[in-house]
Design a protein around this ligand. Structure first.
Ligand SMILES: Cc1cc2nc3c(=O)[nH]c(=O)nc-3n(C[C@H](O)[C@H](O)[C@H](O)COP(=O)(O)OP(=O)(O)OC[C@H]3O[C@@H](n4cnc5c(N)ncnc54)[C@H](O)[C@@H]3O)c2cc1C
Length: 308
């Protein structure tokens, strides 16, 4: 069953790269309908109203401008500007939240210095408004550079956090290296297709790795653990470990995924942050959400045939 599920994800991810599938999803009303469930809007205004709505229910947010690897300076600068605008909006609209950034969107794939400069600007401006910046973790070819860039920026500004992926064999070592820097560490399972040489492949192995990292992370009061999962068993483990914790911590979940559980956790007195993706470049993000769960594909097919 585990192998079937992992194969399922790979098949869905590769099928969604097909131009016909891309056109069907991005260019049709049903496709957009599915996107609306997981994406807060095409622009910052959409993200703002979603964020304020979530804040009203006691949830904090991380604003994430959708878009992946860019290959030219102009696009990278445009993404930085949009993130700066998001920080201004957090301040002006009184959003209880921060931003979450992808370094390849800021130019990491072709100019590490450019990405580093942008992180500096974003972290400095976020600090001025009393907010933070979380760095997403992307495909493994960028892990080294991402960890290195986080270390530099966190040492200078002190208001950053980094996502670590439980499926990577290297993560326990990265975690030990980063713990002394404080900040917040977002622990997730990992969303990219990676080879067995560098990442656990079965759900059981990934879950076990997540549990080990969770125990270590929750035992260190100097960092703020951000436990990013919708997995009931791991959430139960986190809340159990939190009973012995003195420092702050939070749960993190994705916009549109298990919303009832999000509210339930807040009502039980836990801090919950929702990752709020927005922007026109939502396709790659959506395909990862669809690949994670067959039921989401059913939702899409039903929308396509008008039975939503
Ligand atoms: C806040 C946040 C930030 C993240 N940042 C990153 C990042 O920077 N880098 C990265 O590689 N990955 C990131 N991820 C994605 C993560 O790696 C997983 O791919 C994703 O969270 C699914 O794993 P899961 O822990 O929820 O467990 P799963 O085993 O996938 O799911 C557990 C249960 O949650 C529910 N569920 C899970 N996904 C869905 C869905 N799409 N729709 C409906 N129900 C669902 C189902 O009930 C499922 O049984 C992030 C996730 C979160 C929550």
């Amino acid at each position: 069953m585990l192998i079937v599920m992992s194969l399922f994800s790979k098949v869905v991810l590769s099928a969604t790269q097909h131009p016909l599938v891309t056109r069907t999803v991005t260019g049709t009303a049903p496709g957009r309908l599915v996107a609306e469930r997981f994406v807060a809007g095409d622009d910052l205004d959409g993200a703002t109203s979603a964020a304020l709505g979530l804040n009203g229910h006691g949830l904090t947010v991380s604003l994430d401008l959708l878009g992946e690897e860019v290959h030219d300076r102009e696009s990278a600068m445009a993404a930085t500007d949009e993130y700066l605008a998001s920080i201004e909006r957090i301040a002006s609209a009184g959003i209880d939240g921060n931003i979450s950034i992808k370094l390849t969107q800021l130019g990491l794939a072709f100019d590490e210095g450019l990405a580093a400069e942008s992180v500096e600007r974003l972290a400095a401006r976020a600090a001025e408004i009393g907010s933070t910046v979380t760095i997403d973790m992307e495909a493994s070819e960028f892990t080294d550079a991402t960890v290195g860039l986080y270390e530099t920026a966190q040492k200078t500004h002190g208001n950053l956090g980094l996502c670590l992926q439980a499926y990577l064999h290297r993560t326990p070592e990265d975690l030990e290296r980063l713990l002394p820097l404080g900040g917040h560490i977002r622990l997730c399972k990992g969303a990219y297709v990676e080879p067995s040489a560098i990442a656990f492949q079965s759900d059981d192995d990934v879950d076990a790795a997540f549990a080990r990292l969770l125990e270590r992370l929750m035992g260190v009061d100097e960092v703020k653990p951000a436990i990013a999962t919708h997995d009931g068993r791991l959430i139960a483990l986190a809340t159990k470990l939190a009973e012995r914790r003195r420092g702050p911590w939070e749960m993190q979940m994705l916009y549109g995924v298990r919303p009832a559980l999000q509210t339930e956790l807040v009502e039980s007195g836990h801090s919950v942050r929702i990752y709020v993706p927005f922007g026109s470049e939502w396709y790659a993000y959506l395909t990862r959400r669809l690949a994670e769960r067959p039921a989401n594909l059913t939702f899409f097919v039903r929308a396509l045939v008008g039975r939503r």
